[in-house]
Design a protein around this ligand. Sequence first.
Ligand SMILES: *Cc1c(COP(=O)(O)O)cnc(C)c1O
Length: 400
Amino acid sequence: MNSNEFIAIEEQYGAHNYHPLDVVIERGQGVWVWDVDGKKYLDCLAAYSAVNQGHCHPRIINALKAQADKITLTSRAFRNDQLPLLCKELCELTGYQMMLPMNSGAEAVETALKAARKWGYKVKGIRDGQAEIIACANNFAGRTISIVSFSTEEQYKDGFGPFTPGFTIIPYGDAEALEKAITPETAAFFVEPIQGEGGVVSPPDGYLKSVEEICRKNNVLFVTDEIQSGLGRSGKLFAHYYDAVRPDMVIIGKALSGGCYPVSAVLADKPVLGVFNPGDHGSTFGGNPLGAAIARESLRVLVEEKLVENSFVLGNYFREKLIEASSQHVKTVRGKGLFIGVELYPGAGGARRFCEALMQRGILCKETHTHVIRFAPPLVITKEEVDWALVHIREVLSME
Ligand SMILES: *Cc1c(COP(=O)(O)O)cnc(C)c1O
């Protein structure tokens, strides 16, 4: 079957909750993917940063195969021999005392919301049923009903109410607004160190430092959603490292499994994650041995192949060159590490047409927030591959 046939079948039988570029991918290796017609593309989205380690990383695939031959799922009614080691290795890597494993990012966010509320009642002493959680405008944290309850994106909410109460929205990057929004009932502040879906937007330098101080002073949990910005994407293990802060809770997912399996987790110390008692919360697949073995190898690859460092160095290089390549359409080039947004002027006609032109030339990108082209290739990318991409990007950015 060719691309058009696959597309027609999906359009007929699949729900239309996405508007993908019309490329039908059949296989991938590292930063490259191939479509069903044999055409090769450089992947500059990396599955929204889930494949930071590159497509089908041989070590991760080997870990997957080896574990699949042994045991895949025990449920947490029983223990398995992979989860304990993932817990330990992840905590040692990140410097937290505990982790709680889930599958999708949204589930990990839900878990963090539950932990924050429970901590609010059991530890902080918030009146029953009154806990508030503060989040930022333009956030993205997933698609469950509770999560879209604090989204400010009209489309994410349209038709899905009634919503979960207990959320307060403040502007992103505004520490004073946080201070003003906190009440005695505030349990936590949830924030993305870089808003990915919001258009690769970084807050002002020092923002998270102020946030940390305000949260500490008011006994409010400081929670970072590092599902997209974390695990090397920003050029640091966590994007919040740029402000030298230590959040009370960190949410990760996506690249935790190198894109091979849904694995997410919440990291925190005992006073926070310790609020969960047996039976309070769970997931049939969360912490399963297949996912845990894959996540363990994905973390080792991240560290041993120095992907965080590569993201920092090549991210700076890529951004610098994109600034040089800026055309009349380009308003700004921003980001950290290999998490780059090129914002176009409204008059450029939207980022989508540039993404489509890049696709014609063998580069896959996805527009975010209508006017932003996101460049976020797997962190295994080389300088030569960045240079190759830049030749095409330069030409596409200068089209009419
Ligand atoms: C992708 C993402 C999520 C949700 O993860 P899913 O695995 O799609 O549920 C949450 N927060 C951020 C910042 C994300 O980028």
